[in-house]
Design a protein around this ligand. Structure first.
Ligand code: E4P
Length: 218
């Protein structure tokens, strides 16, 4: 399973990358705004910084919602760096744009996926990734992980190569359950990724080992 970090924060990206387990980065306009990155030139410069920081796919989201706009924006984004994946919302013109980019060999991430039907359509159009938002589904008392299971089944039935990028991941259990189901990728905050390494028995066990070493070597 690939690990992406879902942030535009360069320090968090660097911290995750330094662990040696990072496969890519996802961003969105809200995450950019959270870091105070505004204006096209700054946003573009930020994408390039992220690409230079990590060795993996970096999702860059279009703002346009019409076909022509998405094509113009997506082509500019894709030309910025070979690691850029154009992130396109699940709307009618978005599907057309994904098909267009797929024909041109430009990689896409279809975002804001909340149903298996949307994921099926994105795969038909040739999306490289689909991003089902599991945390946001959980927030409205709908089982986000059940959606990952449904999409996995459908893609496996037909051998779709579109990768399931479980997004809106909030915590360790999301990551573990995505791994059990067979999501291709998870994207979440640094806290969720780092949470995987934490266990109180590891901490207490290490403290005991170090204390016993000190006793024997004093
Ligand atoms: C996906 O690519 C989105 O950036 C993201 O995972 C949304 O997560 P959120 O629901 O925590 O905002």
């Amino acid at each position: 399973m690939k690990f992406f970090i879902d942030t535009a924060n360069l320090k968090d990206i660097k911290d995750a990358n330094d662990l040696g387990i990072l496969d890519g980065v996802t961003t969105n306009p809200s995450l950019m705004a959270k870091e105070g990155i505004t204006g096209v030139a700054n946003i573009i410069a930020h994408y390039i910084k992220i690409c230079e920081l990590v060795d993996g796919d970096v999702s860059a989201e279009v703002i346009s919602t019409d076909f022509e706009g998405m094509i113009a924006e997506g082509e500019k984004l894709a030309a910025l760096h070979p690691q850029i994946v154009v992130k396109i919302p699940m709307i009618k013109d978005g599907i057309k744009a994904i098909k267009y980019f797929s024909n041109k060999g430009i990689r896409t991430n279809c975002t804001l996926i909340f149903s298996a039907g949307q994921a099926l359509l994105a795969a038909k159009a040739g999306a490289t990734y689909v991003s089902p938002f599991i945390g946001r589904l959980d927030d409205i008392s709908t089982d986000g992980l059940a959606l990952i299971e449904e999409i996995r089944l459908i893609y496996d039935n037909y051998g779709y190569e579109t990768q399931i990028l479980a997004a809106s991941v909030r915590h360790v259990m999301h990551i573990l359950n995505c791994a059990k189901i067979g999501a291709d990728v998870i994207t979440g905050p640094l806290s969720a990724i780092e949470g995987l390494m934490k266990h109180p028995l590891t901490d207490s066990g290490l403290a005991t080992f170090l204390a016993d070493y000190q006793k024997g070597n004093n």
